[in-house]
Design a protein around this ligand. Sequence first.
Ligand code: GLN
Length: 508
Amino acid sequence: MNSDLTRATAAELAEALASRSVSSVEVTQAHLDRIAAVDGQVHAYLHLDPDGALATARTVDQRRVAGEQLPALAGVPVAVKDVMATRGLPTTCGSRTLQGWVPPYDATVVTRLRAEGMPILGKTNMDEFAMGSSTEHSAYGPTRNPWDLERIPGGSGGGSSAAVASFQAPLAIGTDTGGSIRQPAAVTGSVGTKPTYGGVSRYGLVALASSLDQAGPCARTVLDTALLHGVIAGHDPMDSTSIDAPVPPVVAAARAGRVHGLRVGVVRELGGAGYQPGVRARFDEAVQLLVDGGAEVAEVSCPSFEYALAAYYLILPSEASSNLAKFDAMRYGLRVGPQGVADPSAEQVMAASREAGFGPEVKRRIILGTYALSSGYYDAYYGSAQKVRTLIAQDFQRAFEQVDVLLSPTAPTTAFRFGDKLADPMAMYLNDIATIPANLAGVPGISLPSGLADEDGLPAGIQVLAPAMRDDRLYSVGAALERALAQRWGGLLLDRAPELDGTTEKGA
Ligand code: GLN
């Protein structure tokens, strides 16, 4: 294991902790020190909890010394996206509206992290209410990409991916409604999974679009991602859409990493015009590695994917406009009085608070969603989008009759510069063109690094998609691919990222 504890993988840390060659207090402190040293540049975190994290670490260490048998990731620290409710720790969703809100309860995902004995380092930055692909829509300022501080880390979960990519946490929790785990993973050279819809509890996840949202793991390796997936997945009676079935064997699949004889489909509709040539080149090389490993590769067509983006940007705003109606300034959250009104009505306070509390992207989507759901337009917009959603699910179904997994580039480009797409919502939305179909159909997907893809030496991602509740396939393909790519790139891609103290040049 690397003597710098922040460079070790979660699997290595877990092993070292179990054999007591290192303590959780040491591991946790090393990450807190790293955060103190570099997060001023990256801004991956919105809130830190050093006392809470160290208290958990101390308890785990004491139990270990007492000879207790502990869960696999006990003592391994984790960061949590600020959209998950954490008891006693601020949860802002990157919004002014929730500034200062401290939930009185834990999301189920957080409860499971605590039960595992994982110290929670803090809460990570995100686009406001998880709307965006760059983290520029955070009310608290953007997160920076550790590969190039002038570029976006992806979104909405840019904070979680940047935290793992800059060695400020070995593991992090993200949420993915249309790509917010996978796209940030792709542009930061890290790994992230959107599990099967219903595979991980949504209880305590502040809802963006309830029929699309899914929490999942972020890490630097496929195995680490699987280990965290295993901790947070599984049935929860507190979430009515939670699937009551055994968790797919994700960790065993990641350890085995097999593709021989596997039928792999390359999605024709995801990867053509609009994809950066380098992104496409790294993708094609990765596919060739699977062929070399004994997989059978074929092209598969999913014709309705062409309409996925349009359907998503009707369904998501519709659900979001309804979910965000609860921020009415009456029960909790920001409350401001309208300017110059002596005795304002409840409606006036509500309007003034929502005006002050929400950023432009959130307002845009509330307006869009309210319009799409209004009587007279409902069938034309929301109704049509739901029909497209069915067609997309059918495309997946047909594809998975022919192949075991589907592949595409995760995002069409490498990380872009701040401001490049902020003024043009359509350009921003197009970042998720390849990730959105999985959310609409509820199937799982993983993104892992495919290589350095442009003249600036920035990473790109490859996406693997599997049928619902076959999340294990993501990990067997992912691990095999990661192994083959490590030979090509001489180890983990992230080891080529520049040092944040400016001493090392970025890999070419
Ligand atoms: N970028 C997409 C959006 O803005 C996805 C967001 C997400 O997955 N939370 O809606």
